[in-house]
Design a protein around this ligand. Structure first.
Ligand SMILES: [Zn+2]
Length: 262
């Protein structure tokens, strides 16, 4: 192994480890981030790492942005703000898979999978992290009624705009790094946005929703007020991480199909 390869692996380790000290990642999340970074670097080199870095840094900043105000919404979410391995795998797993796949069988289609899955993950992260700060309460796509900010399966104009901006940033960065061309840049933007919308749909119809029997709070948490909550909607096996992974995966598969058709 060359000395500069050691340096890069060290760099990935620092980048994956530092957020754990800042309480952005749990230790399991840092380990998953290290494997994700290493796989992407192995498949796509420094440029791939740079694209991952854009997702990782901007979504971390979004999470920290006005975090005190978001803490009030913490009741709703299954997990706190520090990401564990499942959250990292849900957002970066497809990109890591594309990196390993490109090592085994080099093919331009893996660049599309990398770009689309990161665009989808970024669109979804920006939508949820910025959308909760919207002045207006979002509308549930299931009931068409206004619901509390941060509810899965609900949309707002502000959140949708944030989603489009998140996808656009990844599409433009991927074009800059890999020369996707205008057609594929547009495709990555639209597929990233599609992934984020799919995330909302699955969040509304499939994701487990619970209710606390003591305080009647609707939550994604399996326990509240020191007691187990009861399932009121969706499937108990499908949490937010599963929904994120399925939507990233589906968007990436749509990108692969499009690549094979064209
Ligand atoms: Zn409660």
């Amino acid at each position: 192994m060359e000395i500069d390869q050691f340096l890069i692996i060290g760099f990935i380790a620092v980048f994956a480890g530092a957020p754990a000290f800042l309480h952005l990642l749990k230790p399991s999340g840092a380990i998953a981030a290290f494997f994700t970074g290493t796989s992407i670097w192995a498949g796509f080199g420094i440029k791939g790492l740079f694209l991952l870095g854009v997702f990782f840094i901007t979504s971390s900043l979004m999470s920290k942005y006005r975090s005190q105000r978001k803490e009030k919404l913490g009741e709703l979410h299954e997990k706190g703000s520090a990401r564990d391995w499942a959250q990292v795998a849900a957002n970066g797993g497809m990109a890591a898979f594309a990196g390993l796949a490109n090592v085994i069988t080099s093919d331009p289609v893996w660049f599309i999978v990398l770009a689309v899955s990161l665009a989808s993950a970024n669109a979804d992260t920006w939508a949820s992290e910025l959308g909760v700060l919207s002045k207006q309460q979002p509308i549930s796509i299931k009931s068409m009624k206004r619901v509390p900010r941060g509810t899965s399966g609900a949309i707002s104009g502000f959140g949708t705009a944030a989603s489009g901006a998140g996808s656009l940033l990844i599409a433009l960065t991927a074009d800059f790094l890999f020369g996707l061309g205008s057609g594929w840049t547009l495709a990555v933007l639209l597929l990233g946005l599609t992934g984020s919308l799919l995330d909302t749909l699955l969040g509304a119809y499939l994701q487990a929703g619970f209710k606390c029997s003591r305080c009647n709070l609707l939550t994604e948490k399996t326990t509240h007020c020191g007691e187990a909550t009861s399932l009121v909607s969706g499937f108990v096996q499908i949490n937010n991480d599963a929904v994120n992974f399925i939507s990233c995966f589906t968007a990436a598969m749509m990108g692969m199909s499009l690549y094979n058709i064209l």
